[in-house]
Ligand binder design. Structure first.
Ligand SMILES: NC(=O)c1ccc[n+]([C@@H]2O[C@H](COP(=O)([O-])OP(=O)(O)OC[C@H]3O[C@@H](n4cnc5c(N)ncnc54)[C@H](OP(=O)(O)O)[C@@H]3O)[C@@H](O)[C@H]2O)c1
Length: 295
């Protein structure tokens, strides 16, 4: 199977490249700018026609949640319209698409964990653009599977876990918001989940196509609890660690509002693809151990 992945240098793509590298019969084609620029209409369709993939994972995205409040049109173009174009070009080849999306399509007021049919109501520009991407991708290709995830971290790129480790090098104490709850999700575990979907599809099965799924780390946390666990594992791995204490979101205002509780129920994915992500604490320890080995 030739799998095209958008967003070559992103956390999820680098994780997919690592986890998919030794799978017999799986050819990975990871594309990024300038060859594939989702801001340019037609760019994705040209790349898809040129590479003729058997399946596509659209993991490229405008992921700067606060900056998206200042650039809503750019977010809509990259996360929304381009997802529709990718889905249409995949449909023209008869190829299925996994369209990545986010827990930020929810406003988080109802409390969680949320199933896929819970009402969506994004609070910010990023969440609205990703929701548009879900809708356009499902409308343009009956073989689209929308995969919502959350709070992604990995040894690669930029993420909350790496930011906490960097801050702990210079500070003894950190304050972290304790009234937003979600599911910390390792991109490496997500890659394993996506590979489980592709295995299910091998041979022509269409399980989950035309549908929406949640897939996130098992267990939930506030950002403060996540940060505290990061520091425990950092100390265990010989990295600098800081004391973590809670603050309220009201004392740490951000440009884009965040959902108070955006936890996801991943049981539909477990039922249909026989895969559940590990407990986030276990994966956090593994990612920090890898970062420590490389330091
Ligand atoms: N990160 C999270 O916490 C989180 C949470 C929920 C859902 N998600 C979703 O999960 C998916 C993967 O996230 P991630 O954390 O792996 O993202 P990431 O590390 O931020 O990577 C995003 C990638 O998209 C690329 N990109 C941005 N604009 C582009 C454009 N105009 N044309 C082509 N490529 C472009 C970036 O390229 P450059 O390297 O050139 O900038 C980057 O490689 C995304 O769909 C995201 O919305 C992420």
């Amino acid at each position: 199977m030739r799998l095209m992945i958008t967003g070559r240098d992103g956390q999820l793509v680098r994780s997919l490249i690592r986890r998919g590298a030794n799978i017999p019969g799986l050819e990975l084609v990871a594309l990024g700018r300038p060859e594939l620029d989702l801001e340019q209409p037609g760019s994705a369709a040209r790349a898809i026609t040129a590479h003729r993939p058997d399946a596509i994972v659209n993991a490229a995205a405008y992921t700067a949640v606060d900056q998206a409040e200042d650039e809503p049109d750019r977010a809509v173009r990259i996360n929304g319209e381009a997802a529709g174009e990718i889905a249409a070009a995949a449909a023209a080849l008869g190829a299925p698409l996994i369209q990545l999306s986010t827990d930020y399509v929810f406003d988080g007021r109802a409390g969680g964990p949320r199933t896929e049919d819970a009402p969506v109501s994004p609070l910010g520009s990023y969440g609205r653009s990703k929701l548009l991407g879900e809708q356009l991708a499902l409308a343009a290709n009956s073989r689209t599977l929308v995969l919502r995830t959350a709070w992604v971290y990995s040894p690669f790129g930029r993420n909350f876990l790496k930011t906490m480790l960097t801050l702990a090098r210079d500070r003894d104490a950190l304050t972290v918001v304790a009234d937003q709850r979600g599911n910390p999700s390792s991109a490496l575990d997500l890659a394993d989940g996506i590979l489980a979907v592709l295995r299910t599809w091998e041979g022509g099965a269409r399980v989950g196509q035309g549908g929406t799924y949640h897939l996130a780390g098992t267990g939930d946390a506030t950002w403060c609890e996540f940060a505290a666990a990061i520091m425990v594992e950092a100390a265990a791995a010989g990295l600098p660690a800081a004391r973590v204490s809670p603050i309220a979101t009201a004392h740490f205002p951000t440009k884009a509002p965040r959902p108070a509780d955006s936890t996801l129920d991943s049981s539909k994915f477990a039922r249909d693809f026989a895969f559940r992500m590990p407990d986030w604490r276990r994966s956090t320890a593994e990612v920090i151990a890898e970062i420590a080995r490389a330091a």
